[in-house]
Design a protein around this ligand. Structure first.
Ligand code: GLU
Length: 493
């Protein structure tokens, strides 16, 4: 289709899918969706030393989990090497490139000299104007050569308008005649990347800001081939709170997409968070459905300034950017429970907490309980960790809660079994009856209501915070609550 918008995500499979890369993928995907275009996935695997299949698998897996699905691909760059070479040879035959016989040793020495003289080194174009005969002679001697792109000489410059960073200008004289084919005939990345974009008919190159330095040279390749370059849109970098680029080495797994799956993120919540790293609407809206986001997203809304991943390593309170957690919490607290259950079921199964009756006779109870406890949770994992007491008789008691609410009040072990008996006599297991029974008990015993209420909560749910106590007691169920109160003594051991 003519005029079709075609964008691509082109990761190098040299590690896991990083949140910065994932964000670039999301921006490309959104742009394609918005314009009814195509989103192409290209795996740039030509660095054979660093690329691994496991990494490719991880990238595909991460994108699938996020729901960022591609329309074409994955195309492996390594399958296209012959095409890259062909273009290099075409540039050679049209005089836009030339054979350079300078030896590595010679170049190193010249580079070294420049360094000593404190000037920037740029290839001197030694081989630019070799005559046919000179070239033949060198070739006949079997001298190895690389192919260099011939940057136009003279006053001109490459000028292009980046959608995010605006007008960029690079003078020809500041661009070295760059190598496009190595002496073994293999193409260099800069060329391969541009040729693949040409072959994939990419209309918009949306990539990380670190690609900006390559753009003038790539535009020269387009121009030499007589092809209109795509629109370029470079995305700001993602930095940490110390303004350093985020990386696995410095930040660990918190920058990997997979980490968020393990920690109990809803995939769309992570997409929503990633999008806001470097893009916003004029009213700074934070939560978007898929359709709303596709509708609202524009490349012009991407900010020039680097975005901050607000994560402080070692902060015990937050294992990631608090905003990521709060967005995830918003989703899991507001989505229809049935939808949430789709995510929860595998987690419950893994934790040994799943019972098929949650989908049949106990469906209403399960849904009600999930709805009740979610109001304080931030991740899906919270349901099976913090919420274990709702679904199992074996659950951990939070240490701080136990210290504060149980151990400090030794008399609770004597009165809770009495309260258990009293609750056993509750005519109906309903919030109003439960509340009346407990309040009456507190009054009779002249107890401090706070102490009793916090104590019950900890004994029955293992936590110091949670939903309203009487609702909590109702859903946990009569038998379980009575059993737990009777056994309060065990918490003192
Ligand atoms: N393979 C490059 C990277 O992972 C992509 C550069 C581009 O998108 O043009 O950084």
């Amino acid at each position: 289709m003519e005029n079709e918008i075609r964008v691509r995500f082109a990761p190098s499979p040299t590690g896991y899918l990083h949140i910065g890369g994932a964000r670039t993928a999301v921006y490309n995907w959104l742009f394609a969706k918005k314009h009814n275009g195509k989103f192409i996935l290209r795996i740039e695997d030509t660095d054979t030393e660093r690329s691994t299949e496991a990494s490719t698998e991880g990238i595909l897996d991460g994108l699938r989990w996020l729901g960022i699905l591609w329309d074409e691909g994955p195309n492996l760059q390594s399958n296209n090497i012959e095409k890259h070479k062909k273009i290099a040879l075409k540039l050679l035959s049209t005089g836009h490139a030339y054979k350079c016989f300078c030896t590595k040793e010679g170049l190193d020495a010249r580079r070294e000299l420049a360094k000593e003289e404190k000037r920037a080194y740029k290839y001197e174009k030694t081989c630019t104007n070799l005559t046919e005969d000179e070239i033949k002679e060198k070739e006949s001697k079997g001298m190895p050569f690389v192919v260099r792109f011939k940057v136009p000489e003279g006053e001109g410059s490459v000028i292009f308008k980046d959608v995010v960073y605006g007008i960029n200008e690079k003078k020809y004289e500041d661009i070295e005649d760059f190598v496009i084919l190595r002496s073994d005939g293999s193409p260099l990345y800069l060329l391969s990347n541009a040729v693949d974009d040409i072959n994939d008919r990419i209309t918009h190159v949306i990539r990380g800001q670190d690609g900006l330095a390559n753009t003038p040279r790539q535009i020269l390749i387009y121009e030499a081939l007589g092809i209109t370059p795509p629109v370029f849109a470079h995305m700001p970098l993602t930095l940490d709170t110390k303004k350093e680029k985020i990386s696995k080495r410095k930040h660990g797994e918190v920058v990997a997409v997979q980490f968020y799956r393990e920690k109990g993120f809803i995939p769309w919540a992570l997409v929503n968070f990633l999008v806001l790293l470097g893009w916003h609407t004029s009213d700074d809206r934070e939560i978007f459905t898929r359709e709303e986001l596709i509708d609202a997203f524009t490349l012009e809304g991407v900010s020039k300034s680097n975005s901050i991943f607000n994560y402080k390593p070692g902060d015990p309170k937050f294992f990631t950017d608090p905003k990521a957690l709060s967005i995830n919490a918003t989703y899991l607290r507001s989505m229809p429970v049935e939808e949430l259950n789709v995510y929860l079921k595998p987690l419950f199964m893994n934790a040994g907490l799943w019972r098929d009756e949650y989908e049949s006779v106990k469906k209403n109870w399960f849904n009600k309980t999930i709805d009740l406890i979610r109001s304080r949770y931030h991740t899906l994992n919270d349901f099976v960790n913090l919420g274990r007491a709702y679904f199992s008789d074996e659950f951990p008691v939070d240490e701080a809660a136990s210290k504060k609410n149980i151990l400090k009040h030794p008399h609770l072990k004597d009165i809770f079994p009495l309260l258990a008996e009293r609750l056993g006599e509750c005519p109906a297991w309903e919030i109003s009856d439960i509340e009346a029974t407990i309040r009456q008990f507190i009054e009779e015993k002249a107890e401090n209501p706070g102490t009793v209420i916090n104590g019950i909560r900890t004994v029955v749910s293992g936590q110091s915070v949670g939903p309203g106590l009487f609702e909590l007691i109702e859903v946990i169920g009569k038998e379980r609550v009575i059993e737990r109160l009777k056994n309060t003594l065990v918490l003192y051991k």
